[in-house]
Design a protein around this ligand. Sequence first.
Ligand code: ADP
Length: 287
Amino acid sequence: MSVGTIHRPARCELVETPDESELTMAAESAESGIQPAIQVTGISKRYMQNGTPLVVLEDVDFEASDGEFVSIIGPSGCGKSTLLNIIAGLDQPSSGTIYGRTDEDRLGEVGYMQQRDLLMPWRSVLDNAIMGLEVQGVAKAEAQGRARALLDDFGLAGFGDEYPHTLSGGMRQRAAFLRTVLADQEVFLLDEPFGALDALTRSQIQEWLLDMWGRVQKTIVLVTHDVDEAIFLSDRVYVMSSRPGRMTLVEDIDLPRPRHQDMVTQPRFVELKAQLLTSVRGEVAGG
Ligand code: ADP
């Protein structure tokens, strides 16, 4: 396979005869080198619970640039899934903007893999994988062809016609990720995707995910409660406070790539881990 079989629309259209403002914008973009794929500004979210307002998110700023791998960690119940739901367009903020907008038509702009793999038990692996493409109106045979071409890369060779119950936990997660990748968005949101996996499978799938991310060059936002996982995978890690969730720390992960599991004992990794753990524990203790 080659990831070349993934049909990815160009993020920026080429303009045949650019005018001055387009040239200026292109120059500015080239100067900064990267563009924000997600920009969340001043998001707050309130729910009503038993007639009382519950503030879940408060003045949250968050950014992920094109092609970045960014993680969010924080105590349980601090609003991480709520934030992803808002970015995905499944929920709306009470105030604040996403991508500089306040409108509601973000649904379908990002690929979203939630905590449970949500594979349909009555559909084969292949037919689960093509669900996003079917929604987009791609003909079934064409969609199946695209999925089949990627089975090998996703460690699912020979399992395309099998049903989810025959797969291991790691294979189910890769099948769910295949479905997310095939839907071909520029941004993937992954909510605790490896939480149910044992440690060995988890570290294998982390390395696999990094390899895949390097090849598809998409933006990934990962929610995890695992500090090691966040450091190992990410370019940047956000720590959220306990509810109401706010961003309390943003840490650039300056470890070289490619990354390998043996890095977790190296001094810089250990130092970053100590900083993040102090911040997370402060939140748990304070919350
Ligand atoms: P996390 O992902 O960090 O564990 P969540 O975003 O799932 O946290 O939930 C944050 C808080 O918001 C929780 O207290 C939860 O009960 C509450 N919550 C989430 N969704 C709703 C909803 N639709 N209605 C009311 N409360 C909600």
